[in-house]
Ligand binder design. Structure first.
Ligand code: ADP
Ligand code: MG
Length: 469
């Protein structure tokens, strides 16, 4: 019986932990029908593929960018999608992230997210930059690995008296092809076992130094039991239970910042109290970041880690101001820079934070100079029709042909986004009207009930005198 105990990470070593909360949910369900750029093997865009219709040039250009990013020739470079609203800029950016796969960080933000009363604009940008830079770390770790054969927490009376029992230790059995081992573990490890929701029959490994537990998957001996489970089945591990194992971890620089940030304040009672009363976000200082960079560069030099420059996508970039642009210019020069993709629907306009500096897309000329620009063009009636059909299918709606024609027609006159948005309310009305599928009448009714942007603006000018200004 051996007992790995939790040891605090030594000061000289960097803590490496991915931060769960940093993983964002897909920001917009509006693009859930997009499954990639829909390119053929030769890199050309199929007219209707992977949920994508038309916009061939922009998609092919994005395909080239994806290749550059994958071969790491794109770091520190930037890209701008420019085009009218509803021409698929955000959709293409999402498709790029899908093409890159889950191992390359992709961080989408909207320009206006930098404005907050608590955090400096440049700080927000810096944090998001670091969320977009990945590090793949290879480490040889001493682990206990195997299929869980038993999991028994041993309880004792609460030593402090009172009700309830506490767990004194936990007995865990681990099995590999070679043999079985029983371990007696510290209760703190039992917590991480519970967090990973480990049950008997799972394959796990426990790191000997830190006591952290990782669930690899379900042992394939259990595979036939429940066919419907969305489970990853893994074979029974080979070798001994106690061994050295090469572990690969994908983290972002921001994960490292958070894992290594220490709570503020000293260790005395007063500062402990004030921390309890006012739980403060631990601060990530410039100094900490510089230290992390130093260690990261050392790891890269030693071949322990590999840099994976990801993508920072800044939508509605005209919302940024001069201070942000200056910062971006500088940040892009750093050797630890991600690929930055901007999108905007503005033409010539005044740069925010200046009185009268007019520039294309509201982006200063010196930054524009660095950018590759990809244009997105308005859709044809047929393309809009196809996109509406794909959306209807994704939302599980059936729509009559003449209703689709009408929606597409409205899309041509207003925007694709407005057309796509008509579907859901039209479905509600079609239910009320007792139709089995969305009919022309339902769509017309919705169109009468709601205003599109143009109609609304027209209404405003006509009725101007009646509004408060
Ligand atoms: N070429 C396309 N194929 C399929 N769906 C598209 C295409 N272009 C845009 N869409 C969809 O139309 C809607 C509006 O597009 P969006 O990307 O938000 O436009 P933009 O960002 O240019 O304003 C979204 O739901 C998007 O997924
Ligand atoms: Mg957009």
């Amino acid at each position: 019986m051996s007992a790995p105990t939790t040891a605090p990470a030594s000061d000289t070593k960097m803590r490496i932990e991915p931060v769960k909360s940093a993983q964002r949910e897909q920001r917009v369900a509006a693009h859930s029908h997009i499954k990639g750029l829909g390119l053929l093997d030769d890199g050309t865009a199929a007219p209707n593929h992977a949920g994508f219709v038309g916009q061939e040039n922009a998609r092919e250009a994005s395909g080239v960018v994806v290749e550059l990013i994958k071969s790491k020739k794109m770091a520190g470079r930037a890209l701008l999608f420019a085009g009218a609203p509803g021409t698929g800029k955000t959709a293409i950016a999402m498709a790029i992230s899908q093409e890159l796969g889950p191992k390359v960080p992709f961080r989408p933000i909207v320009g206006s997210e930098v404005y907050s009363s608590e955090i400096k604009k440049t700080e927000v940008l810096m944090e998001n930059f670091r969320r977009a830079i990945g590090l793949r770390i290879k480490e040889t770790k001493e682990v206990y690995e195997g299929e869980v054969t038993e999991l028994t927490p041993e309880e004792t009376e609460n030593p402090l008296g009172g009700y309830g029992k506490t767990i004194s230790h936990v007995i865990i059995g681990l099995k590999t092809v070679k043999g079985t081992k029983q371990l007696k573990l510290d209760p703190s490890i039992y917590e991480s076992i519970q967090k990973e929701s480990v049950t008997v029959g799972d394959v796990i490994y426990i790191e000997a130094n830190t006591g952290s537990v990782k669930r690899v998957g379900r042992s394939d001996a259990y595979a036939t039991e429940f066919d419907l489970e969305a489970e990853e089945y893994v074979p029974l591990p080979k070798g001994e239970v106690h061994k050295k194992k090469e572990v690969i971890q994908d983290v972002t620089l921001h994960d490292l910042d958070v894992a290594n940030a220490r709570p503020q304040g000293g260790q005395d009672i007063m500062s402990m109290m004030s921390q309890m009363l006012k739980p403060k976000k631990t601060e990530i200082t410039d100094k900490l970041r510089r230290e992390i960079n130093k260690v990261v560069n050392k790891y890269i030099d030693q071949g322990i880690a590999e840099l994976v420059p990801g993508v920072l996508f800044i939508d509605e970039v005209h919302m940024l101001d001069m201070e942000c642009f200056t910062y971006l210019n500088r940040a892009l020069e750093s050797p630890l820079a991600p690929i930055v993709i901007f999108a905007t629907n503005r033409g010539m306009c005044t740069i925010r934070g200046t009185d009268d500096v007019v520039s294309p897309h509201g982006v200063p000329v010196d930054l524009l100079d660095r950018l590759l620009i990809i244009r997105t063009l308005p859709y044809t009636l047929d393309e809009i029709k196809e996109i509406v059909k794909i959306r209807a299918k994704t939302e599980g709606l059936s729509v009559d042909d003449d209703a689709i024609d009408h929606i597409a027609d409205r899309g041509l006159n207003t925007s694709l986004r407005y057309a796509v948005q008509l579907l859901t309310p039209a479905n509600v009305l079609s239910d009320i009207n007792g139709h089995s599928s969305i009919a022309l009448e339902d769509v017309q009714q919705v169109d009468d009930l709601f205003f599109d942007a143009k109609k609304s603006a027209q209404h405003l000018t006509e009725q101007e005198s009646k509004f408060i200004v």
